[in-house]
Design a binder for this molecule. Structure first.
Ligand code: BMA
Length: 828
């Protein structure tokens, strides 16, 4: 036994957090010295020290571009006790973004080049008692990417979103959207985002803890696989505690990687369900390896993807605990383009808004990043299933041995890190990569080469999932038609998951959504401007025009603003001013997505998933998002809360038969009895009852409730319907305009807003003398009303309660002070 072995035998596990203040230096243009908080990023540091302006304001993106064009160095000293220095030591540095040399006490420790890898450097014997120095020298990622591209045996094109964008980002393992996207600013951030610590192990350290579940009749067996890295042969003590049971004991290990497997049976398990379908009980699991503790929360559920032949072609659906559950949700992009601003609070706020809008699934999209642990912990807690792409998007990637090695480490680590989460529903190889071979001349013209190239990557990913997480479905790409099926996932709607973009990218009418019948719509979207108060945060008054340079800078999809305006002319009377236009853009965005989702949900069980593009923004920008940058709800998010109701009634035109069909959708396991009232309402306020009746909504079904000849509606009339339970409690309301809004003579409405506080919580009650549409209340206080973009009818009260975000508990007076009401008639 060596001296180190001898002394470390008595050591407890210990760690030193290396996060904190580092010096920050560049010797380029001109040299600059500042400080940086790590984990964190260079842009945030320079904003903090006043060296650069806020990149999100105006067109500052250009003014800060130099930051990613120069090399940066960060350095700190840290003290280590003699006792610590003697042990088996690991320097853990997660997510170094992106290409860097890591130096310890002046010596090169490693070169790293993959943002998505956690680095565990064995620094045993390299740390001395007293002061030590950690230094990370970042290379200029854009220059290195170019060099790699030049050296590669054949050119591989890259996604060129709107200017500016980063060339050759596919030669880096870094969030693709860091280099600009069609909603993303191009900052190319530099930094360290994950864990930074020095760990002293007794003999071995924990690498990963994976938990798989085998569900029996009244029990669930957990297989806990722990990977440990041992510094020397010998014995370790490993234990897991869950549900009052402890398993494990003394284990022999050999130097290097060891896999230690334990089983534990949980009897009468409490079962975890996605949001809206039941509770989310979590069993805390504590792992202890010689004093190194880690914690996980385990949700017990049985989840399968059913991809099987059926009368149409192939079903594609998620079965949880034996029930086929329709997935309702949206696509997720990184929460901020400045990584330091991605915090647990920010992410929690966004995810809470997801469930507040009745979502049960989020797709972590492949052009972004694997999220921090807390993201998945919050999803487990809230019941949000995660469709998880691996981080490849919209272009081909080099598959030379070095790149594949790096990707192998990345995917293996990520799968091992995340596989215990109840929320992870599926591993998907990439976003639109195989499809993108058709997009670029170079790839189109060399199809064989790029298909072979793709297969190397895709095959690697599939193999890692099969090896590391065999219980989870691997889906090759999004969109995909299935195993080795490379047909057009943008237009084929009989199998697989579909990205349907013809309404936005090809300017088809909203009605076109009803011409396709996806089995699972994993992307489709329609843009709007970000809300007026957000626009005010990045503009001066003279910028507030849709074709001003600043507004165009904050629109990254070519022709996006024109598409928004052109659509207004199609459906609405043109708005009279800028603020009205911004509001109307959100109305039409909501309508577009409502059209798609109501229809697709009504085709259940054909369609078993709708995830719109996209829930969040990473900076203030015109985009497809339903939440503004900062988390405020756009109108789409309010409408989503209604169109994602588990039990819903929707109107679907049957154009061939000149009829409107009211369909009842029930995505829950229970039968619902509803009392449905349907009226023809004239925009002048006349209301004609058309139907009142009891209906049953059978579990997990969508059914016809009522058919109305279109001719039942006179010119100027629209359909309004509401449904309540047997006690008369209103469950939902909806309406349907057979023609575009611009054809209706909408009268000026006098809307009265009164506040009350029935249970001490402020409630806003709205009444009107004439029908008013998309009536929206906003205040200056961060938070959301229980509903918005609502239809008000004379003689009917609509009450909105307010949920404050960010912990505030505003008084009625504070809410009333900033109250603003907007609605359709006031836009022109
Ligand atoms: C989808 C996404 C993104 C993009 C969006 C809007 O296909 O995968 O690439 O932001 O389209 O164009």
């Amino acid at each position: 036994m060596t001296a180190r072995e001898n002394s470390s035998a008595n050591f407890e596990y210990a760690e030193i957090d290396l996060g904190g203040t580092f010096s920050l230096h560049t010797s380029a243009r001109p040299s600059l010295d500042a400080t940086i908080t790590l984990p964190g990023d260079v842009h945030a540091a320079l904003i903090g020290s006043g060296e650069i302006p806020d990149p999100y304001f105006g067109d500052n993106e250009q003014a800060v571009m130099w930051v990613s064009e120069v090399p940066w160095t960060v350095e700190r000293h840290f003290d280590v006790s003699a006792e610590m220095a003697e042990g088996h030591l690991t320097l853990t540095l997660g997510e170094i973004d992106c290409i860097a040399a890591v130096k310890l006490n002046g010596k090169l420790l490693a070169r790293v080049d993959n943002q998505f890898i956690r680095n565990d450097f064995n620094v045993t014997g390299k740390i001395h008692p007293g002061e030590n120095t950690l230094r990370i020298e970042f290379g200029v990622a854009r220059e290195i990417a170019k060099k790699r591209y030049d050296a590669h045996p054949f050119p591989i094109p890259y996604a060129q979103m709107n200017q500016p964008y980063m060339a050759h980002i596919n030669f880096l393992r870094k969030a693709a959207c860091h280099g600009g996207w069609d909603w993303g600013i191009c900052l190319m951030p530099i930094g360290v985002y994950g864990t930074m610590k020095l760990r002293r192990s007794r003999r071995a350290r924990i690498e990963s803890v994976q938990v798989t579940q085998q569900h029996g009749k009244d029990s669930c067996d957990l297989i806990i696989t722990t990977r440990v890295h041992a510094f020397a042969d010998g014995e370790v003590a490993l234990s897991h505690t869950i549900d009052g049971q402890q398993v494990g004991g003394k284990k022999r290990v050999v130097a290097g990687e060891n896999i230690l497997i334990e089983r534990v049976r949980i009897t009468n398990p409490q079962i975890w369900w996605p949001f809206g379908q039941g509770k989310q009980p979590l069993y805390p699991l504590t792992t202890n390896l010689d004093g190194e503790f880690t914690k996980r929360e385990i949700g017990l559920r049985n989840l399968e993807w059913i991809v099987e032949k059926d009368a149409i072609d192939h079903a594609f659906k998620c079965r949880v605990n034996g029930r086929d559950i329709t997935m309702l949700g949206a696509n997720w992009i990184p929460a901020d383009a400045i990584p330091s601003r991605i915090t647990k609070e920010v992410v929690r706020d966004l995810l809470e808004s997801a469930v507040a809008a009745n979502m049960n699934m989020i797709r972590v999209w492949g052009g972004g990043q694997y999220e921090p642990d807390y993201f998945y912990e919050i999803c487990d807690e809230l019941g949000i299933l995660v469709w998880h792409d691996f981080m490849f998007s919209c272009m081909s990637y080099p598959t030379n041995p070095e790149m594949l090695d790096s990707i192998r480490t990345e995917i293996t680590q990520q799968v091992r890190r995340l596989s215990h989460h109840a929320c992870i529903a599926l591993w998907c190889g990439d976003n639109e990569v195989i499809g993108s071979i058709n997009w670029y001349e170079e790839t189109r013209n060399n199809r064989d080469r790029f298909v072979a190239n793709y297969d190397r990557l895709s095959n690697l990913l599939a193999g890692i999932v099969a090896e590391e997480d065999p219980g989870r479905r691997f889906w090759p790409s999004s969109p995909s038609l299935g195993y080795m099926d490379f047909a057009d996932g943008w237009h084929i709607d009989t199998r697989g998951d579909m990205h349907y973009w013809d309404v936005w990218h090809s300017a088809k009418p909203f009605e076109a959504y009803r011409t396709v019948n996806p089995r699972f719509a994993s992307e489709f979207g329609f843009q709007s401007f970000t809300s007026m108060n957000v626009i005010e945060s990045f503009t001066t008054p003279e910028d507030r025009n849709p074709s001003s340079p600043v507004m165009e800078t904050h629109q990254r999809n070519d022709g996006g603003n024109a598409r928004i305006l052109e659509t207004m002319c199609r459906y609405f009377r043109f708005p009279k001013g800028f603020a009205e236009m911004v509001f109307l853009s959100q109305v039409q965005q909501g309508l577009a997505i409502k059209t798609a989702i109501e229809y697709w949900r009504s085709t259940k069980p054909r369609c078993m998933g709708t995830l719109f593009w996209q829930i969040n923004d990473c900076w203030p920008v015109a985009s497809w998002a339903s939440l503004d940058y900062g988390g405020q709800w756009k109108l789409l998010h309010y409408m989503a809360r209604r169109f994602f109701l588990a039990q819903n009634v929707v109107a679907i035109p049957d154009t061939a038969k000149n009829a409107i069909v009211l369909r009842g959708i029930n995505d829950s396991a229970g039968k619902a009895e509803i009392n449905l009232t349907v009226s023809a309402v004239h925009t002048n306020g006349n209301i004609r009852p058309l139907h009142q009746g009891q209906h049953s909504l059978n579990p997990d079904k969508a059914i016809d409730l009522l058919r109305l000849p279109l001719a039942d509606l006179a010119a100027g009339e629209f359909l309004f319907f509401e449904w309540s339970d047997k006690d008369g409690v209103l469950l939902g309301e909806n309406d349907f305009f057979p023609r575009a809004y611009k054809y209706y003579e909408i009268e000026a409405a006098r809307i009265k807003a009164t506040w009350s506080s029935p249970d001490g919580k402020p409630v806003l009650t709205l009444t009107t003398d004439k029908p008013a549409f998309f009536v929206t209340a906003t205040t200056d206080i961060p938070g959301y009303f229980s509903d918005n973009a609502v239809t008000l009818l004379p003689g009917r009260e609509t009450s909105l309660s307010f949920t404050p975000r960010k912990g505030a508990n505003p008084s009625q007076a504070a809410l009333a002070k900033g109250l603003k009401l907007q609605h359709l008639r006031e836009t022109y």
